[in-house]
Design a protein around this ligand. Sequence first.
Ligand code: FRU
Length: 488
Amino acid sequence: MIIVNSEREKELFSQVYDEINKYKDIVCKDPFRLHYHIMPPVGLLNDPNGFIHFHGVYHLFYQWNPFDTKHGSKFWGHYTSADLVHWEHQPPALAPSEWYEKNGCYSGSAIEHEGKMFLFYTGNVKNREGNRESYQCLAISQDGIHFKKKGPIIRLPQGYTAHFRDPKVWKKGETWYLVIGAQSEKEEGRVVLYSSKDLYTWKYLGALAGGNMNGLGEFGYMWECPDLFELDGQDVLIVSPQGLQPKGYSYNNLYQTGYFVGKMDYKNINFEHGEFIELDRGFDFYAPQTTLDEQGRRILIGWMGVPEENEAYHPTIHHRWIHCMTIPRQLKLKDGRLYQKPVDELQMLREKEVTYPHVQIAGRAIKLEQVNGKAVEMILDSMHFATESLEISFKGHARFIYDPVKKRATLERKSLKEDKIESRHCEVPSLHKLHIFLDTSSAEIFLNDGEEVFSSRIFGDVADESIVFSSKGKVTFRLKKWTLRKIF
Ligand code: FRU
């Protein structure tokens, strides 16, 4: 059933279709279009939204500005999939058509209730004085495709600025809960909790994390896109703080994403938690969202980008589009840390397996026959190091390095803005396995079964499909490599 919320919405949807058709050819001709990562059909994509497994179908919505490669009045774009690998683009789900969302249907989440899909999202408004207003809104769907808007359900409480957004909803027992990313009037990032019995009326329960709670100290001026869930007997809060200063290997991107592991006390409204740990070590990762699927897996998809960072320098803007999602990853908690593992379904992409049972690198740079390509998966295991670093360069443009003496993993790439090499690091006491996904313009590198991950866009020379291994001393490993099929 087609639902029309307003004439304005109808008009906006039809402008979106015009825009897709107008730029289809230009977009498709871009050699940096990815083969198996979710992208916008035109315009700018940012956060994953409303990720849900609904009646056996995965739905992933996304922040979308169809009309520009810059941020603006966001729509919710929409993809569906039966298997987390093959995705179908659906009609846009939400357009910024009503007074309470006129400058953007901002990020939010989805839940299933009585067979229907409920979307919770932030209505972003710039008022006549040029000030921001923020409304938490609800939209409901029978079929998961067309949404009836119910308008605002939560207004801004006292003590916060209008940087109050990104509701994530879940159910515990008979009660619904929702966390929101917030900025206090003192300009400290916070996560705020609400509860509801009926999904329409929400009660403010207070701040859960941020400010100086749990002895965190100063920790950024705004926290975006919180996600709180139970995993392996503990509670995990993922959040994207803004305003952290670089500290050694940590916080070197403009904005960060990380998590706290702790215990939720629903009775006393308290989340006691440990330290903040960065979720990804690469150049491009922000605002991820998780869902619990019908098999009981906690799956995460992130935005492979960072707001305002390098956006004017992505070559894809000349083809009228920008940004993509990461591959879906299953989360596990081990010794108080999150491990990310590419979902098994991604094996459906594999073609042309190549195996090297024993590779030895010593002294000079080598290429291995058939180990190259645009879209590639590689597993290196049984890795043994003496004292020298291993280096793997991708497409002449990015380089992964592991140094067993410094116990440090590094990803380098050519800067998008300047003529220099930039790098990100993390500490890894020992490395025994690498699982690498390369696409036409991205690399995702999983260390030791997802103990650490580097996610980054890499824009090299499109004709260069080389993978080169080198080491000054002796490094040995087993290698498997596949070519990955093109889905998009
Ligand atoms: C995070 C974010 C969210 C907001 C959305 C707007 O990248 O800034 O806080 O809802 O993007 O597109």
